[in-house]
Ligand binder design. Structure first.
Ligand code: FES
Length: 168
């Protein structure tokens, strides 16, 4: 005697409504959710690179207020040798150091005679305080820490600093 009811027979005949299909669907959904949870955990676990203070190659007495200048830095951060440059500007008694990499796609930018930072990669422009004037950069220029002591200047830079991409 066949113990399958007519309803069960109908479900077996329809690939959309078989118990196996449901099970597979649950496995796929479960795997997808687990994957998303795992990716999210990986993202939130990412730690920013450590930062450390390194000397900048500039005499503080040569800085003119509101006149950004490129300065070189070199040192060791977290056991890594780091070297590069930053834009340094003294403003209203404050010392500000900008990361030399544009916030759009990490290109190098320059200070222009028009009194703005210009990134020629995609025509991105920034004010002297680093805020965006126009173009595709999604946020103001990133900053390094800057401090002055005993006649020298130090910058707080990331251990994984990489030089900017050349602009156009
Ligand atoms: S990298 Fe600077 S505007 Fe695109």
């Amino acid at each position: 005697m066949d113990d399958a009811s007519p309803r069960e027979t109908t479900q077996r005949g329809s690939p959309r409504h078989t118990p196996i299909s449901r099970r597979r669907a649950l496995v796929v959904i479960g795997s997808t959710v687990a994957g998303i949870v795992l990716l999210d955990a990986c993202d939130s676990g990412a730690t920013p690179a450590s930062r450390g203070w390194v000397p900048a190659d500039v005499d503080p007495t040569t800085l003119t207020p509101n006149q950004p200048v490129p300065v070189r830095f070199a040192g060791t951060v977290g056991g890594h040798a780091v070297a590069g440059s930053a834009w340094l500007v003294r403003r209203a008694g404050d010392l500000v150091a900008f990361d030399p990499r544009c916030t759009h796609a990490r290109c190098a930018y320059d200070w222009t005679a028009d009194g703005q930072f210009a990134c020629l990669c995609h025509a991105g422009f920034f004010r002297i305080d680093g805020t965006v004037i126009s173009g595709p950069p999604p946020r103001p220029l990133d900053r390094f820490g800057a401090r002055e002591a005993r006649g020298s200047i130090e910058l707080e830079v990331p251990a994984d600093f990489s030089t900017p991409r050349p602009s156009a």
